[in-house]
Ligand binder design. Structure first.
Ligand code: ADE
Length: 232
């Protein structure tokens, strides 16, 4: 049976999973509480990384080094970058990148990490397909999309920036951890999957919508993670 590491940036994103875990053993490292045990009978480690790319990357490396996880799942909320993707919809990663990497002054395109063979990190196709199928089963009233997730150490809440991101990177949604988790997993030859529920439209209304829709969005990701872990 594979062991899965599950990362949420915020306590709200992981506390419902933690609450239903069994045989738990807790350890704090780098200020993060790693809760090891079983979820739906499957070995897993659930952890709140904190917000942003550095927290997310450190957390991923600890999951791989200290817990030897076979797969890293990142769950949480995100801002939509596409007009047809609305608050409450879900996005599953096909790949992920970091939109705030800027070595343009050094001759590279935005988002390209100098001297790495790739800056776009891919989720295994079978994982994306499985997550989409399970999501459709357990959240039948929710629309699910799969595609690119773009991450940065920025909360996107303006139309201009949103349009720039969409034109430049063709992402479906934006958040602040997935791309870093993807890179850290890639460096360790470990598969990853990002599951995000849309909490806002990453535009001028993002601040308001985020608070109002966050809880509902998290409900859907929790449902999906609990069902998905049983068929991995
Ligand atoms: N997480 C949820 N909404 C977001 C946004 N608009 N920008 C960055 N991260 C987010």
């Amino acid at each position: 049976m594979i062991k899965t590491g599950i990362i949420g940036a915020m306590e709200e994103e992981v506390n419902q999973l933690k609450a239903v875990m069994e045989a738990v053993n807790s350890k704090v490292k780098a200020g993060m509480e790693f809760l090891e045990g079983t979820l739906e009978g499957r070995p897993c480690v659930v952890v709140r990384s904190g917000i942003g790319k550095v927290n997310a990357a450190v957390c991923t490396q600890i999951l791989i080094d200290d817990y030897q996880v076979d797969l890293v799942i990142n769950t949480g909320v995100a801002g939509s970058l596409e007009a047809e993707i609305n608050i409450g919809d879900m996005v599953i990663s096909k790949d992920a990148l970091q939109h705030d990497v800027d070595a343009t002054g050094f001759g590279y395109e935005h988002g390209v990490i100098p001297r790495m063979e790739t800056s776009v990190f891919k989720t295994e196709e079978r994982l994306t397909a499985l997550a989409v199928r399970v999501c459709e089963e357990v959240n039948p009233d929710i629309r699910v999309f799969s595609g690119r997730i773009v991450s940065g150490d920025q909360f996107i809440s303006g139309r201009e920036k949103k349009e720039w991101l969409t034109e430049k990177f063709h992402g479906l949604c934006t958040e602040m951890e997935g791309g870093a988790i993807a890179q850290a997993a890639h460096l360790n030859n470990t598969p990853f999957l990002i599951i995000r529920a849309i909490s806002d439209k990453a535009d001028d209304s993002a601040h308001m919508d985020y608070g109002a829709f966050e809880a509902k969005a998290i409900e859907h990701t929790v449902k999906l993670v609990r069902a998905l872990i049983q068929v991995l």
